[in-house]
Design a protein around this ligand. Structure first.
Ligand code: COA
Ligand code: AMP
Length: 630
């Protein structure tokens, strides 16, 4: 069956389509209803069904003929380590760690926050939670203590799992002091912290609260898989919202397992036994879906890579990993390929490796510029597939589904809607835009399995943020258009979210930090285009009158403050002082116009601007920090 026919089937009979896909998962109890649509706009998949995601990811392979197959390969150029876990070994390690969690009182429904670097134990901790029916919430290591504290207060974890350190090429990141500070800052206090002591650094432990991973696991009884309802939460993953308060995206167990498994074969065209590598981080949705759950649910070998595309040790790192571990399909963000291309524009290092078994590269996380796509395709000699999705969905909304039918690639477009997603481009009144016309990209409800059923304990915010713009539709937050051939083109966000090296950030969140500095009267943060990272946050601040502090000192403090409050991942290094900010007559800051000035692109003078001469001042200020050049 080709793409058009498969897509049409998924639209005409979603229940039949997904019931068939669900046969690929082992259920302890079959579902009563495929789709529960009795309470719109809330929809639930596989209601009445019971399963365990960890059982499907590990036990059924370990006991079903894949026990000796590698499940996880850990490749860490930053520590010069490699380690392989077979399915049996990964199951046993997970069962034991689940036992250690249970011994500290973690049961079905309890939350566990995981704050870890890219080590196999991060995957084990996630799967151990799934095994018990506990709900994990992984927080990316590049976030600062304050961000971690916000998540602790929202998720209220019974226990936290962390490590003594993470290793960045230029420094060791000591996780434990950040963890301690976050717990200090938060109102909710976890009962225990289990800490993986890495050889590179020993964390100081707080007696009574902190436990050593190795000791806790060694003393534990292995735990069995606990059946959970298909609709029970598997995890919460916080992502940037339109305010500084992150949104707790909830993932269920049943729909997620079905969608993950289906996507491996149909989107990525990989088979059980293949080696699949997502070069991301377990702290992001790409890591949840395509480092941990999907490859293991599908019986593949997954790779945990603790390194960078460049500098660990060179721009040939990705080719080495592909060749050495016989990777069939790889997934990363375009920024990684821009970094490689910048260091090795001719792709000379590729020649050092045998990439003959390599099948395709998938890119997502940010807009993929055609130059990068074409460079990767030429150098790799394999299809390069741009696909579009978001934390909220957990898998691709639009893609070239290689396992169904390879469609012609149009560089710059993530191709067409994936089966299950009714993607429409609507205007502000909910009317569909004609081909070629930019509008809000929306998905007609119900969303397919795998997508968020709600936000953690915030049904109202879920409805208000995503479902109220046009009743009956999910607002993706992206703007774009469909062309005459039905290909989607994702152009920009309609909110304050920016994408920095594939990492999702809220400019509003950065503004909140800047505004808290005692010298700052008001400020604006924009996402300026960057040739490597796609976008970078740039701050413009107006000082309070009477401030005598040296400007350089203030700017230094502002940069340090964002690093301290949000984290190094914000990559906030550009900020300038201006006398005033451009505003509409009603007082709205014109961030869009400032972004266009920063990028040196054409802009139309906003008709509602209060005083047009301000834009010249903004241009001069941006030139001073290296922007606004034509
Ligand atoms: N823990 C602690 N700090 C981290 C971190 C982590 N897990 N990950 C990144 N950081 C830090 C970095 O050390 C850097 O700090 P610095 O300001 O001291 O240099 C800062 O956060 C910004 O990191 P990053 O955005 O990764 O930039 P970089 O300059 O170090 O590397 C790339 C640039 C393109 C090589 C890198 O962004 C990359 O590999 N991207 C791949 C894309 C990706 O994984 N996307 C995820 C979604 S698919
Ligand atoms: P995240 O939730 O971090 O995965 O970020 C999701 C957002 O990243 C989307 O809403 C888009 O704005 C952007 N994005 C992800 N993939 C693509 C893509 N292939 N093309 C354009 N933008 C993308």
């Amino acid at each position: 069956m080709g793409y058009e026919e498969t897509y049409a089937r998924s639209m005409a009979d979603p229940e039949g389509f997904w019931a068939e896909a669900a046969q690929a998962i082992d259920w302890f109890k079959p579902w009563d209803k495929v789709l529960d649509d009795a309470n719109p706009p809330f929809y639930r998949w596989f209601v009445g069904g019971e399963l365990n995601t960890c059982y499907n990811a590990l036990d059924r392979h370990a006991d079903g003929g894949r026990g000796d197959q590698p499940a996880l390969i850990y490749d860490s150029p930053v520590t010069d380590t490699q380690r392989t876990y077979t399915y049996s070994e990964l199951r046993d390690a997970t069962a034991r760690f689940a036992g250690a969690l249970r011994a500290r009182g973690v049961e079905k429904g309890d939350r566990v926050i995981v704050y870890m670097p890219m080590v196999p134990e991060a995957v084990i901790a996630m799967l151990a939670c799934a095994r018990l029916g506990a709900v994990h919430s992984v927080v990316f290591g590049g976030f600062a203590a304050k961000e971690l504290a916000t998540r602790i207060d929202d998720a209220k974890p019974k226990l936290m799992v962390s490590a003594s350190c993470g290793i960045e090429p230029n420094r060791t990141v000591h996780y434990k002091p950040l963890l301690d500070e976050a717990i200090e800052l938060s109102a909710h206090k976890p009962d225990h912290c289990i800490i993986l002591q890495r050889p590179q650094s020993q964390a100081e432990m707080q007696p009574g609260r902190d436990l050593d991973w190795a000791e806790a696991a060694a003393a534990a009884e292995p735990a069995e898989c606990v059946p959970v309802a298909a609709t029970d939460p598997l995890y919460i993953l916080y992502t940037s919202g339109t305010t500084g308060v992150p949104k707790g995206v909830v993932r269920d167990n049943g729909g997620h397992a079905v969608a993950m498994k289906w996507s491996m074969e149909n989107v990525y065209d990989v088979q059980p036994g293949d080696v699949y590598w997502a070069a991301s981080d377990v702290g992001w949705v790409v890591g949840h879906s395509y480092i941990v759950y999907a490859p293991l649910l599908h019986g593949c070998t997954t790779l945990v890579y603790e390194g960078k595309p460049v500098g660990t040790p060179d721009a040939g790192a990705f080719w080495r990993v592909i060749a050495e571990h016989r990777v069939k399909v790889m997934f990363t963000a375009p920024t990684a390929f821009r970094a490689i291309k910048r260091e090795d524009p001719e792709g000379r290092l590729i020649g050092d490796y045998d990439l003959s078994g390599y099948q395709a590269l998938f890119l997502a996380g940010e807009r993929c510029d055609p130059d990068t796509l074409e460079w990767a395709r030429d150098k790799l000699g394999a299809p390069v597939i741009d696909h579009w999705w978001q934390t909220e969905t957990s898998w691709a909304i639009a893609a070239n589904c290689l396992g169904i039918e390879e469609l012609p690639v149009k560089p710059g477009s993530p191709t067409k809607a994936v089966p299950g997603y009714d993607v429409q481009v609507l205007d502000e009144n909910g009317v569909e835009e004609p081909a070629g016309q930019i509008g809000r990209i929306m998905i007609k409800l119900p969303l397919p399995p795998g997508c968020l059923p709600t936000l953690w304990q915030k049904d109202e915010r879920f409805v208000e943020s995503y479902l109220s713009a046009t009743p009956g539709y999910y607002l993706t937050g992206d703007a774009g258009y469909k062309d005459e051939d039905g290909y989607l083109w994702i152009m920009s966000r309609i909110d304050d979210i920016i994408n920095v090296a594939g990492h999702r950030l809220s400019t509003g969140g950065i503004e909140e930090v800047l505004a808290a500095h005692p010298a700052v009267a008001e400020c604006a943060v924009i996402g300026a285009s960057d040739p490597l990272k796609g976008e970078l946050p740039v701050g413009l601040v107006v000082l309070k009158s009477g401030v005598n502090q040296a400007h350089d000192e203030i700017l230094g403090e502002l940069i340090a403050l964002v690093r301290q409050k949000i984290g190094p991942v914000a990559a906030f290094k550009k900020v300038t002082i201006v006398d005033r900010l451009p505003k509409t007559r009603s007082g709205k800051i014109l961030r869009g116009a400032m972004k266009k000035i920063a990028d040196g692109s054409e802009y139309r003078m906003p008709a509602t601007i209060d005083d047009p001469t301000i834009l010249d001042e903004i241009t001069e200020a941006l030139i001073r920090i290296g922007y606004a050049k034509h």
